[in-house]
Design a protein around this ligand. Structure first.
Ligand SMILES: Nc1nc2c(ncn2[C@@H]2O[C@H](COP(=O)(O)OP(=O)(O)OP(=O)(O)O)[C@@H](O)[C@H]2O)c(=O)[nH]1
Length: 318
């Protein structure tokens, strides 16, 4: 075979490969007119190379992010350097439908795109190549993993019954607040809340009714809070709240308002109306405390006194 023939063969093979490769290949001239449009691009856009050749890319595809993409391409022409566009930066450049069965949950093909400067024989950058990789599988997997992790994180911080913080996460919140106090002297107040005679509720109405009562108290509690407050389900029928930037006196207003709302409300369960009350223990940070456990145990002691004094009461620890 002559050298010419062999070169012709190579060219033929290359063209065949360019046409069939599972990667999008486009070549544009300096004015963004399309010079090459391979099989991948044809299959996914539905536009054949013959009908598009010579046409302006942005006129043929008005959906493209024109200004943004031109800016990227201009810098490729100018700096003679390739540029990458990741799906994480922009999910896709060409809006192609996703037909893959495995990743059926994505409506559009996620793409990584490379913009490659093409030099003429004289070394001038006269053209640019757009290389489009279908990364839908990778992107969907990564997004699913991210969402699963977020759900897990959410689950591990949240109490399933009440959607308040769970005990562990609330404790972290409380310790952070205590540290802020130790460092900056910020005042905060801790409140422990316990439903009165809750065992009787379970015994009289059943456990599901008890659960509904717990949810109801959590709902009223959430409604009474500010953004910066941190509330958690501390135990079965016990809740704990850190009221930030709040003195004991201010906290007493908060607890009395909440206590009265609970006392006045009724919980409907299977055609019956349940009424409950709560007892609350309050402890602020006005005394010098060695650690956050002392802060908590002070509120717990105040709660105990509230119970002893007949329940349905708020008591400040002294
Ligand atoms: N329904 C329901 N009951 C729970 C849950 N967690 C704990 N309990 C019940 O809550 C009750 C708590 O009872 P006790 O700690 O004896 O106190 P109490 O009856 O509330 O009485 P005082 O606190 O002294 O007013 C127990 O019977 C637990 O079984 C829960 O998630 N759902």
């Amino acid at each position: 075979m002559s050298n010419d023939q062999s070169a012709m063969n190579e060219l033929h093979w290359l063209i065949d490969m360019v046409q069939t490769i599972e990667v999008g290949l486009v070549v544009l001239d300096r004015d963004y007119n399309i010079q090459l449009w391979n099989g991948f691009m044809e299959n996914h856009s539905g536009v054949s190379p013959n009908s598009i050749k010579g046409g302006n890319l942005f006129e043929k595809f008005p959906d493209l992010p024109g200004d943004w993409l031109k800016q990227k391409m201009e810098s490729v022409f100018l700096l003679k350097n390739r540029t990458f566009i990741s799906w994480e930066q922009r999910p896709y450049v060409f809006k192609f439908k996703n037909y893959r069965p495995v990743t059926g949950r994505a409506d559009f093909m996620f793409q990584n795109v490379t913009l490659l400067p093409l030099a003429s024989l004289t070394g001038e950058i006269t053209h640019i190549s757009i290389i489009v990789y279908d990364v839908t599988d990778i992107a969907v997997n990564k997004l699913q993993l991210k969402s699963a992790n977020e759900q897990l994180e959410e689950l591990s911080q949240t109490d399933g019954l009440t959607q308040l913080h769970n005990r562990r996460y609330w404790q972290i919140c409380m310790e952070k607040e205590f540290e802020r106090h130790s460092r900056y002297g910020d005042t905060s107040t801790l409140v422990m809340i316990d439903i009165d005679h809750f065992k009787q509720v379970n015994d009289k109405y059943g456990h599901p009714a008890g659960d509904k009562v717990i949810q109801h108290i959590a709902y009223l509690l959430k409604q009474s809070l500010r953004e910066t407050d941190c509330a958690g389900r501390y135990g079965g029928e016990e809740f704990a709240v850190v009221l930030s930037k709040t003195t004991a006196e201010e906290a007493l207003h908060f607890t009395e308002r909440l206590r009265k709302r609970i006392e006045e409300s009724e919980i409907a369960f299977e055609n019956r109306l349940i009424k409950v009350t709560v007892s609350l223990g309050i402890n602020d940070l006005s005394e010098q405390l060695d650690n956050s456990s002392n802060w908590l145990s002070g509120a717990d002691k105040a709660l105990y006194i509230a119970k002893q004094q007949g329940r349905n009461k708020s008591i400040v620890f002294k």
